[in-house]
Design a protein around this ligand. Structure first.
Ligand SMILES: *Cc1c(COP(=O)(O)O)cnc(C)c1O
Length: 474
């Protein structure tokens, strides 16, 4: 088979897949052994294009249909068409976005988008990088903060240095614990600050922690505000945190992986992100609410023009980056933790151009509207209840089990049941002692009817499980 035929066959395959994606079940579930047999993993295929195409078809067939309206598990679903096209072109042209020399178009697009986002956030004299996601974004922000606070940390490590402490809310993302591990801060030195009853970091509790840390001879160097927590969707209050920075001099980072999308709409920005332009750094995933193909992230620094290089560059790399070349200042790899960098800029650029800020803002407003609608519907359905009042985009609710002490377990089984039926893949999260089903709407085709259908499926599965429960009371 020649290349042109292969591309045409692949295109046919993709078109067929896309046409069925939303109507087919979300997944045809198999146990891993059964799926492995179906995939014929041991089968040889030397030079056999038919078999290669067969595996591509099998891959699509047995994948979770993330563009299906029942895919509610993660903070993303499906992907925007311009970015899908971009990913294909990126695969064909295959390069690393580390030097201008090897990736001229990508470098200029990435720089253009980063400048556009710095302006959107309101960072002056800032700089940015695309990273692999907000986990790496949080890591690099903490690294920059560490090295700014301890000027010799890069060379000398943390030996004989004063003990550093970082602070996040008790409901922050686990990537910050990982960052504390990787950077030698230690997870015990990542202090989890109490949240208020709405799940937002309590600034008074932070002030107490900072004071205690200083009294004990520690150095508070980094505070991360979560802007849209993963489970509840709570936004930490930025103004009081920025006020504490005046006194303690820490680096104030914003983890907007999920909730940063509120920046796209001026009214939502005022409601959720007042003070965002005062942060030292900010990370935001374009692969979550905005719908760009995975992965697409930006990390932005405020008021710094050489922060990434200072934080990240190390070692002898003159084989790649040469100071004498004209294009060297454009090379994004110099300030990256990676050597090879995926080209993530093309899909971001095309989505931004195609939908525009206005189009994406409309989408984010709509997600919020649908979350409001879902909360209202949960309130109206006797069998369902909210586990915590909705803060923003996350709807944390559950089925009210007939046996009260069975509720967490039943909701977990309910979730598996919906998946086995190929109906829905919904996330869960703990709020205190209670397990919540976490409805996250991130698909542009999702509407009120889809909300109703999903909630009805949850209620029906719950009734079924209640009925099956052998030792049910009354
Ligand atoms: C999703 C998420 C992350 C992790 O982002 P990745 O891009 O998956 O690495 C970090 N923080 C918050 C609040 C998140 O919701």
């Amino acid at each position: 088979m020649n290349e042109a035929t292969l591309f045409r066959q692949l295109a046919d395959l993709l078109v067929r897949h896309r046409a069925r994606e939303k109507a087919d079940p979300l997944l045809r579930p198999h146990e891993p052994d059964a799926l492995a047999r179906l995939l014929e993993l041991e089968r040889p295929a030397k030079g056999d294009w038919r078999q290669i195409l067969a595996w591509l078809e099998a891959y699509l067939e047995h994948s979770v249909k993330t563009g299906h309206p029942g895919f509610l598990n993660r903070m993303w679903s499906g992907a925007n068409l311009p970015s899908i096209l971009a990913e294909m072109v990126v695969a064909v042209s295959n390069t690393s976005a580390c030097t201008y020399e090897a990736a001229p178009v990508s470098t200029l697009m990435e720089r253009y988008m980063l400048e556009t986002m710095l302006e959107l956030v309101g960072f002056d004299e800032g700089e940015g990088q695309m990273t692999s996601g907000s986990s790496q974004g949080n890591l690099v922000a903490m690294l920059a903060a560490r090295n700014e606070r301890l000027q010799t940390a890069k060379e000398e490590g943390l030996w004989r240095q004063p003990p550093l402490y970082a602070f996040v809310s008790a409901e922050a993302h686990y990537s910050l614990d990982k960052a504390a591990n990787v950077l030698g801060i230690g997870t015990d030195h990542l202090r989890k600050v109490a949240v208020d009853r709405r799940g937002r970091m309590d600034p008074d509790a932070l002030a107490d922690e900072l004071e205690r840390c200083r009294r004990d001879g520690g150095r508070p160097f980094f505070v991360c505000a979560t802007l849209g927590t993963t489970v509840r969707g709570a936004y930490d209050p930025l103004e009081p945190l920025a006020a504490l920075r005046e006194e303690y001099g820490f680096w104030l980072h914003g983890d907007g992986a999920w909730g940063g999308a509120a920046l796209l709409d001026d009214r939502l920005r005022r409601r959720f992100l007042t003070g965002v332009e005062r942060l030292d750094s900010f990370t935001w995933d374009f692969h979550k609410m905005p719908g760009t193909n995975l992965t697409c992230n930006m990390l932005l620094f405020n008021g710094r023009r050489d922060g990434f290089r200072c934080a990240c560059s190390a070692g002898e790399h003159s084989y790649l980056f040469r100071e004498e070349s004209d294009t060297h200042p454009l090379d994004l790899g110099v300030g990256s933790l990676q050597c090879a960098r995926r080209v993530d800029s093309l899909k971001w650029f095309l989505d931004w151009k195609y939908f525009g800020k206005k189009g994406l803002a409309r989408r984010v407003r709509r997600y919020l509207e649908l979350a409001e609608y879902a909360e209202r519907r949960v309130g109206e359905m006797a069998e369902l209840e909210m586990v915590a009042p909705r803060e923003s985009f996350n709807v944390c609710f559950r089925y009210r089990a007939a046996r009260k002490n069975d509720c967490n377990d039943l909701n977990l089984r309910l979730r598996h049941r919906l998946l086995r039926q190929g109906a829905a893949l919904v996330g869960v999260g703990w709020i205190g002692e209670k397990l919540a089903l976490r409805l996250l709407i991130t698909h542009p085709d999702f509407d009120e009817t889809a909300v109703d259908r999903f909630l009805e499926q949850v209620a029906a599965a719950g009734r079924e499980l209640d009925r099956l429960s052998p030792d049910r009371e009354a």
